[in-house]
Structures are given as structure tokens and as C-alpha cells.
Design a protein around this ligand. Structure first.
Ligand code: MG
Length: 243
């Protein structure tokens, strides 16, 4: 009988606690911290807290790999790859971030497979989100536009026709390394191409390699890098929000 009453008491206690949680809406309200205010941009322009990396007017935030002034074309609010001038990279370095970047593959279609409208966006200078004209242009699936090059096939082909502006919206989490230089958490990337999900929290296996397997040497923050693959691909409206 005593056991019965103690069980009854426990049941009543839990019922009371559960009841308090269910019946009092204030009990589950959390007021701190309050999210800070960010003013959204209009038509994909930078929100108020973003670092504007390219607004179409100058290369202030960019250099070539050797630190020299950017030799790519700057015209009509866009930058365009000039063949064999080399990659460009941001002066600032980043880790976790939200990135918006718009790109346009050439309206004059030249080449096929990897030779058509090839460029790329390297997070931390190491992990390539492929830029390619895959509008009616077949190539290996893990190398097409929206792929994490040679690592992850995009969920769909969301390419607009050549000559049209396209957008990538990226959420990127950098890999973590411990004090011994061992990778303890992989990098992860989510990508929307023209508003369509093409990479969904994809695990990055390591550095982008043209030949061979990804590598995982420890590293810290790195620049955003845009690839010169010999094709006159254009970029505009680039902004980033460190996370
Ligand atoms: Mg590329």
C-alpha cells in the first residue's frame, strides 16, 4: 500500500511539472539573447552587416596570388576573367560564412565539357564550388556546375543559359582541426543555385584536387578565391557574412 501511494505521489509530481509546462506559455519563453537587427538588402544586394567584396566598381578587396593588382576586366558593374592572368583572392580571410556571389558564363559558347565557361569559387582558398556552363553541356557529374569539384555531385542541374546571370547562395562551415593537426570535424557546405538547392549540408572530404584524393592538412582562415580557368566568366554582387 505504501508503495502504491509513493507511486501515486510520483505520478502526481510529474503530472504537476508536465502540467506546468503545458499550461503556462511563459515558462517556455526565452528572451535572451535578443537577435541583433540586420537590414535585408533589396534584390539580393548586401544586407547591412555583410562585408561587400565586390560591388561592381573596384577591385579594392582583391589581389592576384602574388599580391599584385588585379588584371581581370572591370566593366558594366562586373569583373571578368582575363585568360592566364591567374586566380584572384580576397585580401581578407574567412572561415565559417554565408556567401552570395553572382556569375555569368560567356554568351558566346566555345568548347565543351570542362572547357566551356569554367571558373570556380574556392572557400578558404582550398575547396572548389564549381562554376561551369552546363546548359546542354555534359561533363563528368562530380565536375559540373554546382558540384564540389570531384567530390560531390549537385542534386540537380540548375543552370541558366550561357550569358545569363546566375547566383550562388552558400552556407559554409569550415573543417575543424585539433592541436595535433588532426581533422576532428569536416567542412560542410549548403549551396543554392538560382534559389534551387544543389548541395545540402554536404560533407567536404578535403582539398580540391584535379588528380588524386582530397588532402586534409590543418589550416586556419583563408581567402575566397576565384579561378582563372581560361574562360571569360564574369562575377558581380559578391558579399559575405562571417558566421
Ligand atoms: Mg573550375
Amino acid at each position: 500500500m505504501q508503495k502504491f501511494f509513493s507511486l501515486l505521489g510520483l505520478s502526481l509530481l510529474f503530472a504537476t511539472v508536465a502540467g506546468a509546462q503545458i499550461t503556462d506559455p511563459v515558462a517556455t519563453e526565452v528572451w535572451e539573447p535578443e537577435p541583433r537587427v540586420v537590414t535585408p538588402g533589396q534584390n539580393s544586394s548586401a544586407p547591412s552587416d555583410a562585408i561587400v567584396l565586390f560591388d561592381g566598381t573596384n577591385f579594392n578587396e582583391w589581389t592576384h596570388a602574388d599580391g599584385s593588382a588585379v588584371k581581370w576586366d572591370l566593366k558594366d558593374g562586373a569583373m571578368t576573367v582575363v585568360k592566364q592572368t591567374g586566380i584572384i583572392q580576397t585580401r581578407q580571410t574567412f572561415t565559417d560564412c554565408q556567401l552570395h556571389i553572382e556569375f555569368r558564363t560567356p554568351s558566346v559558347v566555345v568548347g565543351e565539357s570542362q572547357g566551356r565557361g569554367n571558373s570556380g569559387i574556392f572557400l578558404q582558398g582550398l575547396y572548389e564550388l564549381q562554376v561551369l556552363d552546363n546548359y546542354n553541356n555534359r561533363t563528368y557529374s562530380n565536375g559540373q556546375c554546382g558540384s564540389i569539384y570531384k567530390q560531390s555531385i549537385p542534386l540537380v542541374n540548375a543552370c541558366r543559359p550561357p550569358g545569363e546571370w546566375q547566383a550562388y547562395d552558400v552556407i559554409y562551415t569550415a573543417p575543424r582541426f585539433n592541436a595535433d593537426g588532426i581533422k576532428v570535424a569536416p567542412g560542410r557546405i549548403t549551396v543554392l543555385q538560382n534559389g534551387i538547392l544543389v548541395q545540402n549540408n554536404t560533407e567536404i572530404k578535403g582539398t580540391t584536387e584535379y588528380i588524386g584524393m582530397p588532402k586534409n592538412a590543418p589550416h586556419g582562415a583563408g581567402p575566397l578565391v576565384l579561378q582563372d580557368h581560361g574562360n571569360p566568366v564574369s562575377y558581380r554582387n559578391i558579399w559575405i557574412r562571417p558566421l
